[in-house]
Design a binder for this molecule. Structure first.
Ligand SMILES: [Ca+2]
Ligand SMILES: [Ca+2]
Ligand SMILES: [Ca+2]
Length: 223
């Protein structure tokens, strides 16, 4: 009996030793809020209606010169709210060079494994508008990164992007699609959401408490 407990404890320790950092991050992408919400425990949503603020442990930066609060226009050109918007003003700036991106940064302390946002002011099918796909790049805390292309089917209709992963996010970049000029199309971000879905620390805690329990039983049988 005692041998069996020792075997269990040893097996547990081997599982612990085989645990990350050996694995790469895996993730699922969601293209609508309903399916994302089912997979993610969302804690906070930032609508930018009250100005420039971000969910806890999150901020947004950009390689564009100006990051500000802009207007949210409906597909019918009605003013319906506020978005996070970045822009450049000179010929040598990233947007003119076709390399503009927004970057959502996650404080590692919060262990965010889920995030979502909407891309707005995305114009297609009219002059001076997008001619290719945009790109979302996902960077995880384990050093892995992935690219996801995003396209749009209707002019000015918000595009939802959500990701739920088994590994905390480090940052996400949104590369705007290009215009025919080679520069980036102007888009903005809205309804930024973050969540924690993978109970990695509590799983480890369970394993540890299980091991402690087994060790206790083992000691009892030894008496
Ligand atoms: Ca808004
Ligand atoms: Ca444009
Ligand atoms: Ca635009």
């Amino acid at each position: 009996m005692r041998m069996m407990f020792h075997l269990l404890i040893q097996t547990g320790l081997i599982i612990l030793l085989m645990a990350p950092p050996g694995f790469s991050a895996t993730y699922t992408v969601y293209s609508d809020l309903a399916s994302y919400s089912q997979a993610s425990a969302t804690f906070e949503t930032e609508t930018f209606e009250g100005g420039m603020s971000f969910p806890s442990g999150v901020n947004v930066t950009s390689n564009m010169s100006n990051l500000t609060i802009g207007n949210d226009w409906s597909p019918q050109s009605q003013l319906i709210g506020k978005i996070l918007f970045a822009y450049d003003t000179t010929q040598n700036d990233p947007r003119m060079q076709g390399n503009a991106y927004y970057q959502i940064n996650f404080n590692p302390v919060y262990q965010y494994t889920a995030a979502a946002f909407e891309i707005k002011s995305w114009e297609i099918g009219i002059p001076d508008s997008a001619v290719d796909n945009g790109l979302v790049r996902l960077f995880f805390s384990d050093g892995t990164d992935y690219s996801v292309e995003l396209s749009q089917t209707a002019n000015m209709v918000p595009v939802f992007f959500g990701v739920v992963a088994d590994t905390p996010l480090a940052y996400i970049q949104w590369y705007e699609p290009h215009e025919i000029s080679g520069g980036n199309e102007e888009t903005g971000l809205d309804n930024l959401m973050v969540g924690q879905t993978v109970p990695v620390p509590s799983t480890l805690l369970l394993l540890f408490s299980g091991l402690a329990g087994l060790a206790g039983i083992s000691r009892k049988y030894r008496k």
